[in-house]
Design a protein around this ligand. Structure first.
Ligand code: GAL
Length: 316
């Protein structure tokens, strides 16, 4: 059973380290990518105003059933011997997301790259021939010339991919299409949710509509989620409110969105993936995975102490 918010071990019996993550389904296997935070919090870093751990890299875990995860190792490691490198341990590398490019036959990883004071605000890319890496880092950009912090990439059913990123010091969410090789951005930029400071974006599509869930902007502290609906990834986006119901609604059940996962072979079944951050000991942050219910355009996330994929069966 999924037991949201509790310790979740991999198939070697070690705590899964894949925070701020996302899941790729590829040829019958799920791959979970996330931040490896398997290190103590560090204090006294120049300019760092929030709790942090040194960057260790991006972890990957694989699974057939979404419950049992095999550690595939750190697929994009930190670069400790070059202090100027985007992936130096002293910096910030968060929210990795991987999509597969059928045209170039490459797995393309995007992630938030920053300085400890979050003023560098760029987006990094890395590529690999296999889902489990190793990924080759190809540098960071200021997408569409703008600052970029929390982000995600979304691949549409027609193969077009989009970058959603918190910009203008997180006040605005910018959305822009990726080039055909998924390594850069191109075309018009949508500015969504102006002034509402959305972070932790997660995007999915269902029955021809597009959905966005984001958190508010309170660092590691949990706040209320909000979702929006659009006819196309570039919008226009219409805010629909908090998808969570029941106790814990105002804090997203003590967690922060990171991804919405379509369950393979079950149209309309989605899992809401979130992080329950532990700011005092970030490596002990937990995962909150919950069924995400779609009823027309209405999105609902409710708490379950434990659940499995039968939650998506009719008439539960
Ligand atoms: C959150 C953000 C996280 C991380 C954190 C740092 O708002 O969603 O990914 O950057 O701030 O405090």
């Amino acid at each position: 059973m999924f037991k949201p918010g509790t310790l979740w071990n991999d198939t070697d019996g070690r705590p899964i380290q894949a925070h701020g993550g996302g899941v790729l389904f590829d040829r019958g296997t799920y791959y979970w990518f996330g931040e490896n935070k398997d290190a103590p919090n560090v204090v006294g870093v120049d300019g760092a105003f929030l709790a942090r751990v040194d960057v260790r890299g991006v972890s990957c875990y694989s699974s057939q059933d979404l419950l049992h995860w095999k550690n595939e190792g750190i697929v994009l490691p930190a670069v400790p011997d070059d202090p100027a490198h985007d992936l130096h341990p002293s910096r910030v590398a968060e929210r990795p997301k991987v999509i597969y490019n059928a045209r170039t036959k490459q797995y393309v990883l995007w992630l938030h790259i920053d300085s400890p004071d979050y003023t560098y605000a760029r987006t990094g890319r890395a590529v690999s021939d296999t889902p489990t890496g190793p990924y080759r880092y190809v540098g960071s950009i200021a997408p569409a010339g703008a600052d970029s912090r929390d982000m995600t990439v979304f691949q549409d059913t027609d193969g077009a991919a989009y970058l959603f990123f918190s910009s203008d010091w997180n006040k605005t969410t910018r959305i822009v299409r990726l080039t055909d090789d998924y390594l850069d951005t191109t075309g018009p930029v949508t500015e969504a949710f102006a002034g509402s400071s959305r972070e932790a974006p997660a995007v999915w599509t269902h029955e021809g509509r597009y959905y966005f869930i984001g958190s508010g902007c309170t660092g590691w502290a949990a706040n209320a989620a909000e979702y929006a609906v659009a006819p196309a990834p570039l919008g226009p986006w219409e805010v629909r409110g908090n998808p969570c119901v029941g106790p814990g609604t105002e804090t997203t059940f003590g967690a922060q969105s990171t991804f919405v996962l379509p369950v393979a072979g079950r149209p309309g079944a989605f899992v809401f993936l979130a992080d329950r951050w532990n700011a005092d000991d970030l490596q002990a942050s937990r995962y909150v995975w919950l069924p995400l219910e779609m009823d027309g355009e209405k999105v609902t996330v409710r708490w379950w102490d434990e659940w499995d994929l039968s939650a998506f069966d009719d008439g539960r």
